[in-house]
Design a protein around this ligand. Structure first.
Ligand code: ARG
Length: 411
């Protein structure tokens, strides 16, 4: 008896994979696995319904906590890829791990996904799965399937693919972001209609709202003074900030295979938490820490985009963050209005800030007087002034300058 675990959403791609895994790949049994990373309830209903109609052995696994925890790690790293807060990207390794667990528990010899050969998700899934000794199967990619072929095949096989979320747009939703792509949106010149948005109101028209986010060691832990766990925090902030139209991104994205794609995202909670977190870092990190951390953050985001979250490099980056974020404890108040989130207050016991040192009203700080800056001011730019003078001289006295041959460099 051979069994294959399939990442199953109940959409067209994964539905046609079920008979194909039996017919084309010769598996005796297919096990469908749907992993909950915060998709809307309708998607689970669709998956259950379709699984029932197919007579598919089907499991739903809740991974919201693991996924939210990874999102909180990404906040510590201020992680965005080209401006995109990585919702789909970070969800994939979490989903892949859960499917691997189910496959082990239910004696599956192989793992399958319904991704095409053009996107990022195939790479993110397989980066996790190929560490196991199970066979990895990608029917859509390997059999070169097109959407039209899948629709015809589904009709011929009488597969349950009618209802559900197969509208004009291709949508991927989880706690951290909602992505909308495909159809007219593929044209970079096409201005999206308002109805592609579901999490964010049209910006404008709302009264400004203040929200206070509390951080501990760089992790967001409270909302308006109340302790809240990551899943609830993200859900609450998606509602709160989405109402003000905060967290829309319309961008050209460079996929891993080199293709540029037009993407639209909604991510209100991510935008609020990333903005607030950075505002707190501005207060508590030294300039050199902030400068260096940009390199760490950028690398974290690049690896996160690739779905490579469990690697030696990530462990090293996390090591830096662990040490560096121990001071990122405090609160930030942000103002939500008109599609914008703006930090308006920040407070921390670790603030590297001396009001008296920065103030215009005090003469002496720690025994340092204003006049002590005179020597610094005299030296400031010394080397550049000298270099400019040498260059100017060289230009005017070009003829008088020694040439390379005068130096006896030729033997
Ligand atoms: N381009 C994004 C990523 O690779 C999201 C793709 C989401 N898929 C979709 N069908 N909308 O992370």
């Amino acid at each position: 008896m051979t069994r294959v675990a399939l990442a199953f959403s109940g959409g067209l791609d994964t539905t046609v994979c079920v008979p194909l895994l039996e017919e084309e790949y010769g598996y005796d049994e297919v096990v469908g696995v749907t992993v909950d990373v915060g998709q809307p309830a309708e998607e689970f209903a669709e998956a259950e319904e379709t699984a029932d109609a197919l007579g598919l052995e089907h499991y739903v696994v809740d991974a919201r906590e693991e996924f939210a925890a990874l999102c909180m790690e990404s906040v510590r790293a201020n992680a965005t890829y080209q401006g995109y807060p990585l919702g789909t990207a970070l969800a994939r390794p979490v989903i892949a791990e859960k499917i691997l667990d189910v496959a082990d528990e239910h004696d599956c010899d192989a793992l399958a996904h319904g991704c095409t050969g053009k996107g990022n998700d195939q790479l993110r899934f397989e980066a996790v799965w190929r560490a196991s000794d199970k066979e990895v199967i990608a029917p859509v990619r390997e059999l070169g399937l097109t959407r039209e072929w899948e629709i015809d095949y589904a009709a011929e096989k009488d597969l349950p693919v009618e209802g559900g979320n197969e509208g004009a747009w291709s949508i991927d939703t989880n706690l951290w972001s909602r992505s909308v792509e495909g159809d007219d949106l593929e044209d970079p010149t096409y201005v999206p209609p308002e109805d592609i948005y579901d999490w964010t109101e049209t910006p404008g028209g709302t009264e400004a709202e203040l929200v206070e986010v509390g951080f501990e060691d760089g992790y967001p832990v409270s909302l308006n003074g109340d302790a809240v766990d990551p899943v609830d925090l993200i859900e609450e902030l998606n509602d709160l900030a989405g109402a003000h139209g905060v967290g829309r991104t319309d961008m050209m994205e460079d996929r891993m295979l080199g293709l540029k794609v037009r993407e639209n995202y909604e991510h209100p909670a991510a935008t609020v938490l990333l903005t607030a977190h950075e505002a707190l870092e501005q207060l508590v990190l030294t300039k050199s820490e902030r400068d260096f951390k940009q390199t760490v953050d950028e690398e974290w985001a690049q690896q996160g985009y690739k779905g490579l979250v469990d690697t030696p490099l990530m462990t090293s980056l996390e090591g830096f963050l662990e040490a560096n974020q121990s001071k990122v404890t405090g609160t930030v108040t942000v103002k939500l209005q008109g599609g914008q989130v703006r930090p308006v207050a920040r407070d921390s016991e670790f603030a590297v800030y001396s009001e008296s040192a920065a103030s215009f009203n005090t003469e002496t700080v720690d025994g340092i007087e204003q006049a002590d800056a005179t020597g610094v001011a005299k030296y400031h730019g010394f080397q550049e002034r000298l270099a400019n003078a040498v260059a100017a001289n060289a230009a005017t006295d070009a003829d008088a300058q020694p040439t390379a041959t005068d130096g006896g460099s030729e033997e």
